[in-house]
Write a protein that binds this ligand. Sequence first.
Ligand code: NAD
Length: 514
Amino acid sequence: RGSAPAAPTLAADKVQWLNYDPKELLPGIVHVGVGNFHRSHFAAYMNDLFNDPTLFESQKMWGIIGSSARPGSSKKRDLLQEQDWLQTLVAQDGESSKASVLGCMIDYTIIDYDNLDANPKPLNELVADPNIKLVSLTITEGGYFMKNVEEGDKDSSLLDTENPQIQHDIKNPDRPETVFGILVRGLKKRKEEGHAPFTIVCCDNIPSNGDVTKKVTVELASQMYPDSGLAEWIQSEGAFPNSMVDRITPALTDDMINFVKKEYGIEDAAPVFCEPFCQWVMEDEFVNGERPAFDKCESVMIVDDVHPYELMKIRVLNGGHASLCYPSALLGLKYVHNAMEHPVVSAFLDKLERTEIVPTVPPVPEIDVAEYWGIIAERFSNPTINDTIERNCFDGSSRQPKFIAPVIASALSKVGSEDCVNGLALVSAMWCRYCQGTTESGDVIVPNAPNWDKLQSTAMKAKDDPCAWIDGNLDVYGAGGIAQNSIFRKAFEKALTAIQEKGVEAAMKDYIEN
Ligand code: NAD
């Protein structure tokens, strides 16, 4: 086969250049939402496969066509086209930076109903092309148009059919505008032309992401094309693997563009920075079993059931963020890595994870959850990510019921001893103290939740009557009998009293030492 294009001389010694010629790739994947995460994760795995000369021939039909279903996306296309679709990926921690060039995206397409014969085909036509075997998505949670459905309720419908964009697609099935409308229209054409559907791989951070994607697609199909049998066909012939994706990838800044230029001599208007850690746990559910050789990728795990991995990540990683953020904010720390450098916050988190969070995680095949916590602690300490405490503190009423309350319920039901939730109660009390609206040094905390006023007034009541916090936040503590549990109430009361009397640092020290 032809050799890879020559590397620019300035960068050659520090950057992993392409070991393949992107011109030899054939389109097999459409990715919708070419943001930062797709490029640090899925694209990076595909690039590794193509770089392997023993795999290139068997994998070259999996070239990626990037795309967007959003207005204004032709700007992104023009910017990437200007650099022949090549992009720089920089994986960094405190000690090293490793740069590589990504060449796996070979074109970019957008929605266009007026130029159906354009090259490349517009997104709306391309997804009907039988050579496209896989459509992947990183379109953020908002792209799924989900209604609020009680957790565990598998029967009720999920798609928000009242949403004006979804309404538009239902009323205009030949010119849909949402990602799902376009995919459904493409699937309809494939069915009519006797082709198999494409597999849809959701790479968004949504629990049971494949199941959610399937439900939304099938429900929209039944609304856009009722009585056509399309929804039933997608339900039975389609494939929507659940997966757990993980690689912290911050938003692009000018500093990053400048770093790539200075360090590697590369002029890249859209580089991607991320941490070295990368993980993808996925179920092997693909139409006709056709998929890239993910099994050959380092750090991809193909499993029968993703849910244990997902639960581990939610409890240990997201629960860790949700636990360290409030003490850190009260102590005036700015970033997650600053929290990990703080001797009391990091010791608090370590004890909490080891003794209260990790023991509630059911066994995960091939993974030692305690070791997993060790890896997460290292990742939190990475000084190049600059994940802000403020971001992690945002909207506690949404995060605490997902990441902390189920751990409390699980610890109480499993262990149930007097001190089994002392650390988790302290997390809850530190959230309450944060919502009182000032840091330990007296600085005012800028409102940081959509329901801030309610949170603040409940937190103020709790100054004299600690359990008013629990009783005033039944949306957080109502499930699993936590609010009524005397062990939790007692532990919470003790924790908030200690914080108010001695300060947050002393309250954490009490916990660490006892
Ligand atoms: P980003 O802002 O760089 O990219 C988001 C992409 O989603 C853009 O291409 C945007 O056009 C598209 N998009 C947003 N709303 C949409 C909508 N309603 N319809 C269609 N497209 C829409 O963000 P990112 O860092 O790439 O993260 C994207 C998603 O990836 C996250 O929401 C999360 O689910 C998942 N993820 C991110 C990380 C991370 O660290 N960044 C880690 C794991 C998973």
